[in-house]
Design a protein around this ligand. Structure first.
Ligand SMILES: Cc1cc2nc3c(=O)[nH]c(=O)nc-3n(C[C@H](O)[C@H](O)[C@H](O)COP(=O)(O)O)c2cc1C
Length: 225
């Protein structure tokens, strides 16, 4: 698989097959993704990779916490989004919701259906492997951007093993449980999780392709004519 195909075929995979991943593949991905660039080569990512019984245990702990409870109200240690959204981001986010819930057959006013889908984040969408990605809380926006680079390198590399991924900021809301579970030092802050597995491409949650704005909407070209 070449790099164009890896980028083109990556999706936020929201359901995975019951198929384990060879542990050596996960170790390889974690290592290779660290070829991502970072300002000053700080390599500011901290990764906790979880599978098997430990994965089942963290899922169990979170299931207990969110039972009868709406986790969308739980605060992460950083503001995942601004409190109010404006254009063009507001419409893009709404469109994303329409696509996702439309594919799942969850109606706009079906609050319980939407909550149930959100809660599937905390099952890692059935993925056999999960990463928690954390950063030193004293680092700033430049290093947070580096985390994005690491995560994307890993997600693209995963495609070359035929694996799918889903980055999950939702897990930042479970920071207290993750911290205790992973023995995460106090100076680190949980950014997100990444689910990894073999995607179930027949599942409705994976049946749509997210749109992108045309370059004219986000890029100003000088001297390319
Ligand atoms: C940092 C980050 C966090 C995300 N968190 C979640 C999440 O918690 N749950 C989820 O279902 N999707 C999550 N997504 C997936 C986005 O919704 C998805 O990337 C976006 O809609 C574009 O779709 P695509 O990735 O399929 O191209 C996240 C993506 C990123 C980059």
């Amino acid at each position: 698989m070449d790099v164009f195909e890896a980028v083109e075929s990556r999706i936020a995979c929201r359901w995975f097959l019951d198929k384990p991943i060879e542990p050596a593949i996960v170790r390889d991905l974690v290592e290779r993704a660290a070829r991502a660039a970072s300002g000053g080569n700080l390599q500011p990512w901290h990764v906790y990779a979880v599978t098997g019984a430990p994965l089942a245990e963290i899922k169990r702990q979170v299931a207990e916490q969110i039972d009868g409870h709406d986790p969308r109200g739980d605060e992460a240690e950083y503001p995942i989004y601004p409190k109010a959204m404006w254009e063009p981001y507001k419409s893009r986010r709404e469109q994303h919701g329409v696509q996702l819930y439309g594919a799942l057959g969850v109606a706009r006013d079906d609050a319980a259906g939407r909550l149930a889908q959100y809660k599937r984040n905390f099952e890692f969408f059935n993925a056999p492997v999960a990463l928690f990605v954390a950063i030193d809380r004293k680092l700033g926006p430049g290093q947070w951007a580096d985390l994005g680079g690491y995560i994307h390198a890993l997600m693209f590399l995963a495609r070359s093993y035929g694996l799918d991924t889903c980055p999950q900021e939702s897990w930042a809301r479970m920071h207290a449980i993750v911290r205790q579970f992973a023995n995460m030092p106090a100076e680190q802050m949980l950014f997100c999780a990444v689910a990894i597995g073999y995607g179930d491409h027949s599942h409705p949650a994976n049946s749509f392709r997210s749109p992108r704005a045309a370059p004219a909407e986000f890029c100003t070209f000088f001297g390319f004519d």
